[in-house]
Design a protein around this ligand. Structure first.
Ligand code: AMP
Length: 597
């Protein structure tokens, strides 16, 4: 078996000779250059080779197989031509969505995610209407094959995504059964983060002269900077970033933020500007001279934040950069090391913060292993932390002004004011401070924080439904119920996050009232359910337990940490309210009813 390693040579997507419609979609998504795994895998798959890719989430492996799959699809035929097997329904949905986004300009390409928990008759209807690419979990795919509702006799390509996970979850026999029923002349790609013996055996038995593709791990020189990580969900990233900028970045120091895409870098810089930061993007679509202008501005302090892509920030050397934020996970370890090397220049101290979403935990452990350095966790600063920091900065400024400025004239102004208004000097000082804070007030405003997590994408409002995975609810059920009951188009419904006992779903703001009203007494999969606006209690927050102090200050923060406790949490609040009343009337409090869960 041949083994190839991916290197970081400069090659562009255009060199792959993919269909122009695919290149257009990739460019619109803002991908600047193929990631290392894509560089090696895409040409091999286009040549028709079988491959074993040792890669995991975050390396860009989905596009590594999805682009060649789409390239080889005959759009005019309605046969099932490609099958992607994934360990979980979430990954199936995610991969199907990714393929869909790359297929945007290809005309009528039908991609269907199929997974357990979703109505099988609905899936059969979709399958009958002609689907070219199936992305599914092994059990459900096998089910359809047995029922003969899925005809794979014209299959050209099979992808096993996260094969080691499928093994771990006990699906490997199903995978093998499916493979043994696929046409012999198919092409096969197997992706796995690790290569346990069983996965290797599948590769030996079902792949044909497969080429091994690995991302080469070079000897690394890791700069001596302090490395931290923060657990966030995708939708929390922007808010988390602004809080960190407020509480962590020292005035006068520069921050470099890494984004994976050109479009994303530009959008994030816009958002930061809108929030009052001197931020600018730097990416591959900008001319060299424009990029140099940005670097110059960063060097001389005209801007404090640059949001860059990996390509644009290569070799960037600005001493002022004290903090590097990996807003997106880098596509490989080497790129992480390169990114963090943009700080701690010229013997200065530097610090890096890596945003890690739940699915990227393994990638972070990999980075730790390869760099042989620990990345320490940090907590998301609270609103109170932000306020405390603002107070601290104002105090510092005032103390420095007292020490450095000649305040004679101002002193007499204050004395005049005190006399004219018969106010205390302290009150006048307070008014003056108020004037200096501008749009950054120091009060801790708890309600907006709660709301913040209740909103997701712009224009969308997050709703909370009190049934979840343990009630056998799938995203498809949620879409079905809301679309039917509330009479809104299914595609208007945004992100759906099915947790163990509850579900969060994003609805366009203008449809929220309609949904809430029409769904008051409705059911999902025969189950009674309640729907309401989500609060921060429902938000996905880091796993670690909050400190006692934090819990006291913001009790709702506790509930979202462990999805399983959500029901209890709601009951606890009702319970507290009742108890207070009962105490007054001196009646014994009735025994609390056992929660159904
Ligand atoms: P994956 O490893 O397939 O889960 O991909 C991780 C993330 O990287 C996804 O959000 C992709 O949209 C993104 N991505 C994939 N390829 C590239 C690329 N060449 N440049 C920038 N982002 C990419």
């Amino acid at each position: 078996m041949e083994t190839q390693t991916a290197e970081n040579n400069e090659i562009s997507f255009a060199e792959f000779n993919l269909k122009s419609e695919i290149l257009k979609a990739v460019n619109e998504l803002g991908y600047e250059a193929p990631s290392p795994i894509q560089q090696k895998t895409i040409p091999l798959l286009l040549e028709g080779k079988d491959i074993i890719g040792q890669a995991q989430t975050g390396t860009g492996k989905t596009a590594a197989f999805a682009l060649p799959v789409l390239h080889s699809i005959n759009v005019k035929s309605s046969d099932v031509q490609a099958l992607v097997l994934t360990p979980t329904r979430e990954l199936a949905i995610q991969v199907a969505e990714a393929i869909h986004s790359y297929a945007k300009h290809l005309g009528r390409v039908r991609v269907l995610p199929v997974y357990g928990g979703q109505s099988i008759s609905q899936q059969i209807r979709h399958l009958r209407s002609g689907v070219q690419i199936i992305v599914g979990t092994p059990g459900r795919v096998m089910d359809h094959m047995r029922r003969e509702t899925l005809d794979i006799s014209n299959l050209k390509m099979v992808v096993l995504d996260e094969a080691d996970e499928m093994l771990r979850m006990g699906f490997i026999d199903d995978v093998e059964w499916i493979l043994s029923h696929t046409p012999k002349e198919r092409q096969t790609a197997l992706f796995s983060a690790t290569m346990p013996r069983e996965v290797r055996r599948i590769a030996d038995n079902y792949l044909n002269e497969a080429v091994n593709v690995q991302i080469e791990v070079k000897t690394l020189t890791v700069p001596t900077v302090k490395q931290f990580y923060l657990n966030v969900s995708e939708r929390q990233k922007t808010d988390a970033l602004t809080r960190l900028l407020e509480t962590e970045a020292a005035p006068g120091e520069a921050v470099l933020i890494f984004h994976r895409t050109k479009v994303g870098a530009a959008e994030l810089a816009d958002k930061l500007q809108a929030r009052g930061y001197a931020a600018e993007p730097m990416h591959g679509d900008m001319s060299q001279s424009l990029r140099e202008t940005v670097i110059k501005k960063l060097k001389n302090g005209k801007i404090e934040i640059v949001v860059a892509t990996d390509v644009a920030a290569r070799g960037l050397d600005v001493e002022r950069i004290s903090t590097v934020v990996n807003y997106d996970m880098p596509s490989d370890t080497e790129s992480y090391v390169h990114r963090i090397g943009r700080t701690g220049r010229a013997g200065r101290e530097g610090r890096t913060i890596l945003f890690v979403t739940p699915r990227q935990q393994r990638m972070m452990r990999d980075i730790e292993r390869y760099t042989k350095q620990k990345i320490e966790p940090i907590k998301l600063p609270t609103q109170a932390d932000v306020a405390a920091r603002r107070v601290g900065l104002i105090k510092e400024k005032i103390i420095a002004t007292l020490a450095e400025q000649d305040l004679e004239l101002y002193l007499s102004l204050v004395e005049d004011l005190a006399e004219e208004t018969s106010r205390d000097i302290a009150e006048i000082a307070a008014a003056a401070v108020f004037l200096t804070v501008g749009d950054k007030p120091i009060e801790v405003n708890v309600e907006p924080e709660r709301e913040q997590f209740a909103y997701s994408e712009e224009g969308m409002v997050r709703l909370f439904i009190d049934v979840g995975r343990r009630h056998q609810i799938s995203p498809g059920d949620v879409v079905g119920a809301i679309a039917n009951e509330a009479d809104i188009p299914g595609k208007a419904i945004g992100a759906i996050d099915v947790n163990d006992r509850f579900t969060l779903v994003d609805i366009p703001g203008e449809l929220v009232e309609q949904v809430l009203k029409k769904m008051q007494r409705s059911k999902i999969r025969q189950l009674n359910m309640n729907i309401r606006r989500a609060s921060s209690a429902d938000a996905e927050t880091p796993r670690e337990k909050p400190s006692e102090r934090e819990r006291e200050r913001a009790p709702w923060r506790d509930a979202g940490r462990d999805s399983g406790r959500d029901r209890d949490f709601i009951n606890r609040r009702e319970f507290k309210g009742k108890k207070a009343k009962r105490k007054d009337s001196k009646k014994p409090f009735p025994k609390r009813k056992k929660s159904k869960n």
